[in-house]
Design a protein around this ligand. Sequence first.
Ligand SMILES: [Zn+2]
Length: 312
Amino acid sequence: MSLQNELKIIKNLPEFKDLREEMTLADEKKLRKIYVQKNDYIAIVGYKILKDFARFTSHEDLSNDKIDYAGKSRIYLTGLKRRGVYRRASEAILRQYNEQYNCATPDHQCMDCYNCFTYGGVIAVKNETQAIKSRLKAITAFSIQSDEEALIDEEEFHNIVHNDFRMEQAEQGQQKKASIYNLLLIKPGVVFPFIDIIFNPTKFDLSMYLEMLRRADAMGFGSRSSLLGTMETKIIAITDNMKVSHKDLLTKITINETGDVICEELTKQLSKDEIVDDNQLEKVRSLLPELIKKYSNKIYGSAISENSTAKS
Ligand SMILES: [Zn+2]
């Protein structure tokens, strides 16, 4: 086992950037840096393994999302859904380090804290409309296994009664909708290769991202209140020059008979300076408490009351 040094891409990241800072435009107007999108990014390439049953759906009938892609019918986990879970996990981390933190999505976005600068925000009040684009782009992930392999086939699982599965009822005029129906869940062990991109990245972003993943994986990606869909994430590479396509991920990552994920074919396509090991990742993740303390004012912005300070 060779213990690699810090990845060059990680080493070259600035520790932190205050995106609240203003720059002066040609017409003398001021613009916060957060509104300027640069094509400066890191892409995180890896895969998620489902650890329990899940339902990834954007349909009213709660059927799992599936699509024909790269040669078979596959389950997919939308980038939007993934980013939604990421944002809530990130919010929970910021609150863990400062109980006064009061930015909350979707109803109380402050537009002035780290989470709003990372995951974006919208204020839709007349004459005060503001929108910040998300710097973190999660691309929709597709299952390695076909939907047939991915979905449960045991009869007893087909009917599950659960609060969360009740259909929303119209207040009047419509027939009541059924509240119990056949349900197909995705099996544990299904693998979803993913690409997450962070624009204008810093070491703090990466550290926060890695901590956030642990929390998000434990929260689950199934459905908000169902506690389904917990996952485990393995990161293969971090690159600032994306040459891997979704098709590469789905054809060059395979699963052998014993259920192990094999990604040698994929890593051949990446350079040594992009492939990352767990020790390198753990080193960045462990910087988090220190960096939150150091940049506390800039991270929390006006989303904390004035007198509070971050817990050490
Ligand atoms: Zn905020």
